[in-house]
Design a protein around this ligand. Structure first.
Ligand code: ZN
Length: 148
């Protein structure tokens, strides 16, 4: 059953980037020997993210995810796993904070190049019901590294 919410209207360029990640997700699949794994769901929209990390010392060496749901949640997960590779955990958590700020309308965060492709999701902040979709993988990340 498809419980996904209707897609919000974003600028065409951003919509293309989101759909590209949705159709050809980066780092999708399971990790061999993850050191951290967290599954989260967003019942509002039916999104599911199972995030797996391999952390070596204090550095995220690999990040992969399994998931299903709307394009925003899945694109956010794909973009996030791209950014996390070889990032120290504190820097990954700083990115999660930046991403959360952007989704709550922080314009400086929306211009922050360190968020990479994720800035395409800035427009989602105008659709409060969808903010949870965009932040689902980031909440999984925060849970994963803080529970260790
Ligand atoms: Zn969603």
């Amino acid at each position: 059953m498809d419980t996904s919410l209707p897609e919000p209207k974003l600028s065409t360029l951003y919509q293309e980037l989101i759909l590209d990640h949705y159709r050809r997700p980066r780092n999708k699949g399971s990790l061999e020997g993850p050191t951290h794994a967290v599954s989260l769901t967003n019942p509002l929209c039916g999104d599911e993210i199972d995030l797996q990390l391999r952390v070596d010392g204090d550095v995220i060496r690999e990040a992969r995810f399994i998931g299903r749901g709307c394009s925003i949640s899945q694109a956010s997960a794909s973009m996030m796993t791209q950014l996390l590779k070889d990032k120290p955990v504190p820097q990954a958590l700083a990115l999660a904070e930046r991403m959360t700020a952007m989704m709550h309308g922080d314009e400086a965060a929306a211009r922050d190049k360190s968020l990479g492709d994720l800035r395409a999701l800035a427009g989602v902040s105008k659709f409060p019901v969808r903010i949870k979709c965009a932040l689902l993988p980031w909440n999984a990340l925060t849970d994963a590294v803080k529970s260790s």
